[in-house]
Design a protein around this ligand. Structure first.
Ligand code: PEP
Ligand code: MN
Length: 464
């Protein structure tokens, strides 16, 4: 007998699995469904990676960012690999995010909230299910949580779901340990490594900022301003794209709200649904369909969430999305991560700001100047120009100002390592240099020098 699929309306009760009744993009087909079921059963029994107390603390900081009282710095790899779960790359990322945040605090005179795209950024949405590798068409690499980059490992393997959990937990365990052991202790001098900046004017501008930061820190230490130990460590939260919903569902738990948490959802039992795989999750630009599985999943969790906003987003669609994922209009619950491209930001951002303003939603506006600015070199290497990245960021800062709004954050693909993936900046990387150390398995990242330079430039803008 033929049956007609009826799409349930939004008033349908939410559950961690209700997304399964919605059309869902980027789904994965495995050969062995019973192996998937047992991997998910295992995940369901494992303890949370992050806790409601941490999640709610981040949400309350993001409320400040939405109100213009704090800045959000979010950065990390495009695709984190299991092999990045090792002390050196983690240390260098923590240090880079710390230094960038100090520069942004200097520039904006506001506290900076740090979120890494790390400890779980293992899933990648792909435009095409296949790609050409060495003249052969094979299944696309979809991130270590699903398949391997090695052409021999492109079949989705359910064991990877469990492996993703353990690599996330191990990464975060090391981050927590290093923070508690003083990696971000501001009593220690920081190495800013500005020797590569050949332009004399820029060099002295950056040196001046570094001196000013070092002086302030020395002054605080001297007068004993650190009675509560705030200079000894910092908060660093984790985030990833919530793409693989069966994984996210398995780590979604009904847990007790922290004390004093202003309750937004029904919580007669004092509990809520927390995604315990990361503090912050975002919906990608390819999976943000109003009636889709991802939006359905995201509308039910307590975590602060992001939505990528690309050039195809309509004004009314944006407001509809906000109404669905945040019906109570909780301030700072949603971060809108705009990523139009340097040539489209002027024509799109202003209208989006006005549409959101008139809807009554108060969001964190974050600029992702990376994803709308990806280009291919004539020889086919994916890259991004430092000047395009900075151009979209400066336009976003300017447009927010013109609309009496506030750019509350930046979202960057970066690494603490000396890679050669984006061109330009004071390191003066050219297209001919890209092959020197191009190690990204997905999109090109800013290296540590380019990322720090971007922070200097943005800080300068906030000061203007
Ligand atoms: C990403 O952040 O790596 C990504 C895929 O972005 P978007 O969804 O904006 O394309
Ligand atoms: Mn990317």
């Amino acid at each position: 007998m033929a049956s007609i699929a009826v799409t349930p309306t939004r008033s349908t009760k939410w559950s961690p699995s209700s997304w399964r009744s919605k059309p869902t993009k980027q789904v994965v087909t495995y050969d062995d469904p019973s192996a998937v079921a047992s991997a998910l059963t295992k995940l369901e029994r494992l303890p949370p990676i992050v806790t409601p107390t941490e999640i709610v603390r981040l949400k309350s900081s993001l409320r400040d960012a939405a109100l213009g009282k704090a800045i959000l710095l979010q950065g990390g790899d495009c695709a984190e690999l299991f092999s990045y779960c090792s002390d050196e790359p983690i240390d260098s990322k923590i240090k880079l995010l710390l230094q960038m945040s100090l520069v942004l605090i200097w520039g904006s005179n506001k506290p900076v909230i740090r979120i890494g795209r790390m400890a779980g950024q293992f899933a990648k949405p792909r435009s095409s299910p296949t790609e050409m590798v060495d003249g052969k068409e094979i299944a696309s690499f979809r991130g270590d949580i699903l398949n391997g980059f090695d052409p021999a490992e492109r079949k989705p393997d359910p064991e990877r779901l469990v492996s993703a959990y353990f690599h996330s937990a191990t990464t975060l365990n090391y981050v927590r340990g290093q923070l508690a052991s003083g990696i971000a202790d501001l009593h220690n001098p920081l190495d800013w490594g500005l020797g590569h900046v050949r332009d004399k004017e820029l060099q002295s501008k950056y040196q001046e900022i570094v001196l000013s930061i070092s002086d302030s820190l020395r002054f605080m230490r001297t007068i004993g301003a650190d009675t509560a130990g705030q200079l000894q460590t910092v908060d660093l939260y984790t985030s990833h794209e919530g793409l693989v919903l069966e994984y996210e569902q398995s780590l979604t738990r009904r847990l007790k709200h922290p004390a004093n948490y202003a309750l937004s959802n029904d919580s007669s039992d004092g509990k809520g649904w927390y995604n315990t795989s990361a503090h912050f999750l975002w919906i990608g630009d390819r999976t943000r369909q109003i009636d889709g599985g991802h939006v359905e999943y995201f509308r039910g969790i307590e975590n602060p969430i992001g939505i990528k906003v690309g050039p195809s987003m309509k004004n009314d669609e944006l407001v509809m999305l906000l109404d669905i994922v945040n019906p109570t209009k909780e301030i700072g619950k949603v971060t809108l991560i705009t990523r139009y491209g340097e040539d489209k930001v002027e024509s799109m951002l202003g209208a989006h700001i006005e549409a959101v303003k008139s809807s009554g939603h108060v969001v964190v506006w974050q600029c992702d100047p990376m994803h709308g600015n990806t280009r291919s070199t004539p020889s086919g290497i994916k890259t991004r120009h430092f000047s395009s990245i900075f151009s979209e960021l400066s336009s976003a800062l300017k447009i927010h100002k013109e609309h009496d709004s506030f750019l509350g954050g930046v979202h960057l693909e970066l690494t603490g390592d000396a890679v050669t993936e984006c061109v330009g900046g004071s390191v003066e990387l050219g297209e001919e240099d890209l092959s020197l150390n191009y190690t990204s398995y997905c999109d090109p990242r800013l290296n540590e020098k380019q990322a720090l330079e971007l922070a200097f430039l943005v800080a300068g803008h906030y000061r203007d």
